[in-house]
Each structure stands twice: as structure tokens, then as C-alpha cells.
Design a binder for this molecule. Structure first.
Ligand SMILES: Nc1nc2c(c(=O)[nH]1)N[C@H]1C(S)=C(S)[C@@H](COP(=O)(O)O)O[C@H]1N2
Ligand SMILES: [Mo]
Length: 319
């Protein structure tokens, strides 16, 4: 099932071992509230920024459709334990991520569409029906959180983009700005961060483009101003700070797949029975609660997405 481990080529060990802090997490969590407090952003850093034009949209109405089986993760814990390799490979990137400039923010729509276009983030948001959804988030490193995202269904963006009927996939790209994102100066990574979904996945009602969290515009460390939330897949699929949606008939190669295809595949659907080559996926740690629970097939969303994979049984659906 897992093919051969790819050689580490010229990659430094830590680059070939993504999300390597997994085994350090316990020590971090031991620091508990101290950790959260340490990552709080100085008020001055915030005050210098112009007011966010989307701020007046909050709070958006919560959908009662997506219910959690666990408490919402504390916003401070969530906002100080992040994966965002553009700003470093540790979990403590909240502070450096504040350097990201999120206005103006232009989104490019191109590839197999009726007409390629560019649109400003604020113009796009104004045309989208906003809602809040409570979603679980399961990282491939065997930890999880629960988050109230604000945003809109990916299907609405696809309607807006008007892909040709020949398009089969949507490829998404994160910003590229090594001057701001120190991680992007580490040239052994295949920047910019790329992810992809089939159009069937992207139009599934669960696929969500999030513009806010916890009833406010998206904190930068979570991928402001626009990030994906595909909660039935491992967290690395949920690409942050998106600047481009390209429609294509070729399966996109994602950032992690380019680095280590044997460990991080295209599908990456959560499945407790299919271990990562280096660790079990049977259980997960609920960050901030100090609790482990059994992991659920499709992260508990099988009723929504189970049917998407009929006919794909020969693919590596769970890596
Ligand atoms: N552009 C970009 N998107 C990204 C990542 C990243 O490093 N860069 N990390 C991914 C991983 S591994 C996870 S688990 C989630 C983490 O999202 P969070 O920090 O909001 O919890 O973002 C995903 N999206
Ligand atoms: Mo992750």
C-alpha cells in the first residue's frame, strides 16, 4: 500500500520529516497556558494595521448542520499551535505570521475556465453567502482540534469561477513572498505551497473556504485572509492564504506530495486503520484537552463524503 520510502535525497533531515515536532508536542502541551500566553501578539502590532474591511460582517450565522462530538478548542490554544511552514517549521509561528500583509489581496482564477479573472478578496466575499460551521480538524500528526470557521461553501466559488466541463481538478496556491515568509527562503521546499482536490470533492457540501475563525476575521496564523477547510482529510490538505485557483484536467501535485509522496499523497482521507508509514493513525490527541480518542473514518464525516470514493478503490485513498 505504501510503496517504497523515497530516499531523503538532498533534503536536510528536518525537511524530509515534515511535522517533525510531533514527538515534542507533549513537552509543549505541558507548558499549557504558558504556551498560549507566550504567543499572544503585542497589542501595538495589531493597532498599526488598518481595520479589516470584513470585520463588520461578524458574527455570521452559525449553521446547525455541522455538530461536534467534543468541545470547541480554546481560541488561544488553537491560535498558538499552528502548522504554517511559510513562517517556520515549529508550531510557534503566530508571531512571525503577523508580518503577512493581507490587503490588498488578489485572487487569481485561471486554467480551464470560461474566462480567467482576478478579483480582490473583499469583492469576492461580498458576493458569497457566509455562514459559520463547527468543524473537526485532524492533522496527519495524530492530533486534532475543533474550530468554528466562518466562510462559504467551496461550491459557491466554483459557480463563480465557471470551469469548463473538461476540468477535473482544482489546484490551489498559497502566496509566495520570501521577504515576508522566512520559511520560503528555505529553498529545498517546493514553494509555493500547493494543494488540489477533484471537482467532485471541491463541490461536496463539506468543502469550505474559511475567511474567519471564532467569530472574527481569520487570524494570520490560521491562513488569512482565505483558507480551505476539508475536514474529512488530513490537515495538510487545508491550504492557507490562498491566492490562486486553477482548473485543470491534470491531478495537481501538492507541496507535501512533492517532498515525500510515500507519506503524503493526493487523497489523504482520514482513516484510523491505515497507519502513516512512521506512526499509527488509530487515535488522536485532542489539543488543549489532554485527551486521546479513537480516530474516526473520514474524521467522522463518512455520511457526507463516503460515496465520493466509489470506483477509486485502487488508489491510495488514505495516505
Ligand atoms: N500554506 C500552508 N497551508 C497549510 C500548511 C502550511 O504549512 N502552509 N500546513 C497545513 C497543515 S499540516 C495543517 S495541520 C493545517 C494547520 O492549520 P492551523 O494552523 O490553522 O491549525 O494547515 C495546513 N495548511
Ligand atoms: Mo498537519
Amino acid at each position: 500500500m505504501h510503496g517504497m520510502r523515497r530516499r531523503g535525497w538532498e533534503l536536510p533531515e528536518h525537511a524530509a520529516t515534515p511535522e517533525h515536532l510531533f514527538f515534542d508536542r507533549r513537552a509543549l502541551l505541558g507548558a499549557g497556558a504558558a504556551l498560549a500566553a507566550a504567543a499572544v501578539i503585542p497589542a501595538g502590532a495589531r493597532a498599526q494595521e488598518d481595520a479589516d474591511p470584513t470585520e463588520a460582517l461578524y458574527p455570521v450565522k452559525r449553521s446547525d448542520k455541522y455538530v461536534l462530538d467534543r468541545p470547541i478548542t480554546d481560541a488561544k490554544v488553537n491560535g498558538s499551535y499552528n502548522n504554517f511552514y511559510e513562517f517556520g517549521s515549529s508550531k510557534l509561528i503566530a508571531k512571525p505570521a503577523q508580518a503577512l500583509k493581507i490587503r490588498p489581496w488578489t485572487i487569481k482564477i485561471d486554467g480551464m475556465v470560461e474566462k480567467p479573472r482576478e478579483i480582490g478578496f473583499d469583492d469576492l466575499v461580498r458576493q458569497m453567502p457566509l455562514e459559520e460551521r463547527l468543524y473537526r480538524h485532524r492533522c496527519v500528526e495524530a492530533w486534532s482540534m475543533a474550530i468554528p470557521w466562518s466562510g462559504f461553501a467551496f461550491a459557491k466559488l466554483i459557480q463563480f469561477a465557471r470551469p469548463l466541463s473538461s476540468a477535473k481538478y482544482v489546484r490551489m496556491e498559497t502566496f509566495l513572498d520570501p521577504a515576508v515568509a522566512s520559511g520560503q527562503r528555505q529553498t529545498w521546499y517546493p514553494w509555493p505551497y500547493v494543494e488540489g482536490l477533484t471537482l467532485a470533492e471541491a463541490t461536496n457540501e463539506l468543502a469550505f473556504l474559511a475567511i474567519g475563525a471564532y467569530g472574527k476575521p481569520m487570524p494570520k496564523q490560521h491562513g488569512a485572509p482565505l483558507r480551505l477547510a476539508v475536514p474529512w482529510k488530513y490537515g495538510f490538505k487545508s491550504i492557507k492564504s490562498i491566492v490562486r485557483f486553477s482548473f485543470t484536467d491534470q491531478r495537481p501535485k501538492s507541496f507535501w506530495e512533492a517532498l515525500q509522496a510515500s507519506e503524503y499523497g493526493f487523497w489523504a482521507n482520514v482513516n484510523p486503520k491505515v497507519p502513516h508509514p512512521r506512526w499509527s493513525q488509530a487515535t488522536e490527541e485532542l489539543i488543549g484537552l489532554g485527551e486521546r480518542r479513537p480516530t474516526l473514518l473520514f474524521n467522522g464525516y463518512a455520511e457526507y463524503v463516503g460515496d465520493l470514493y466509489k470506483g477509486y478503490e485502487n488508489e491510495r485513498l488514505y495516505v
